[in-house]
Design a protein around this ligand. Sequence first.
Ligand code: FES
Length: 159
Amino acid sequence: MTPKDIDSERLSAIIDKHKAERWSLIPLLQEIQEAFGYIPPESIETIAYALNIFPVEIQGVITFYAGFSLLPKGKYVLKVCRGTACHVKGGRSILRLIKSELGLEEGETGEDYQFTLETTACLGACALAPTMMINRSYFGKLSPPKVTAILAHHSKEKE
Ligand code: FES
């Protein structure tokens, strides 16, 4: 999905669903993030109006929670573990391989919005080191051939 693909009707439906429930800001933002992969900045005014709060409050929440982003992300968000156990088991070379296969640096999203590459602290699956997540799925005991196969499986050509 690219930013120009934002379905404004879907966005309005999500906002309407949570309208007038001030406490529902976080579930509302989560639903938008889930639906579009980010919080479209142009939606903040509308959300603020619907929930009767200030736009700056929404900006504050988005900035505070790492799970929210104002920038569009790829269809697949890779979070490569940088924790100690993964580092010891070769996590750094796995990250290097992913960077070179995707042509992305940490924090970058490909021009086709297929992948976003991020790194993270321990994913809590050290026994499976080295690990990464793609969206909500875990991948462990990574090796270069396994990484290549996983990336190929998630590439556009395979869809
Ligand atoms: S250090 Fe990578 S999962 Fe714990």
